[in-house]
Design a protein around this ligand. Structure first.
Ligand code: ZN
Length: 166
């Protein structure tokens, strides 16, 4: 089955997630100091990229190329965030921690895509996978990015009017 990759849809999902995340982190979590602007932007960009994840199941070359590129940026974003804002010690305080995170995310994406390849609006458009995604981000990159990811992913489901639990 061929699914046309809807560019408008792709754009609206990222825009909704970006501004929703920006508003939530600004107003609810009070990330609004001048020095916090880069952090606010990274969180919102991460949220926007997370809004692309539910449509990983689009299976045509154009969509795939866009998504592959998006995931690479996404992985780079997490690694960059970790490099600049994480205060962990040990291996993660060095350059290698973010590097490991970068390749771990890429590896996870490409392997998961190969193995799962769910049908469109199947498993990826459920609350369970939204939650699983957020937990994964939490384990890799911490609470703030997990919240950003949750906002992005969840806003996608809402925009699609997909309210399946499983
Ligand atoms: Zn969708």
């Amino acid at each position: 089955m061929i699914i046309i990759f809807d560019v408008m849809n792709w754009k609206s999902h990222t825009l909704i997630a970006f501004f929703l995340s920006l508003a939530i982190f600004y107003f609810v979590f009070s990330i609004r100091e001048a020095v916090q602007i880069p952090q606010l932007l990274i969180l919102s960009i991460f949220s926007a990229l997370s809004a692309l994840v539910p449509d990983l199941d689009h299976d045509i070359s154009k969509g795939r190329k866009l998504l592959d590129a998006a995931v690479i940026v996404f992985a780079f974003g997490i690694a960059a965030y970790f490099y600049f804002f994480n205060s962990a010690s040990g291996i993660f305080s060095s350059f290698f921690g973010p590097l490991i995170i970068f390749f771990a995310i890429l590896g996870f994406y490409f392997i998961a895509f190969k193995i799962l390849k769910p049908k469109h609006r199947g498993a990826t458009h459920t609350f369970v996978l939204c939650f699983a995604f957020s937990v994964l981000v939490y384990l890799i990159a911490g609470l703030q990015l997990a919240v950003a990811g949750l906002i992005g992913y969840f806003s996608h489901l809402l925009a699609d009017k997909e309210i399946k639990i499983l």
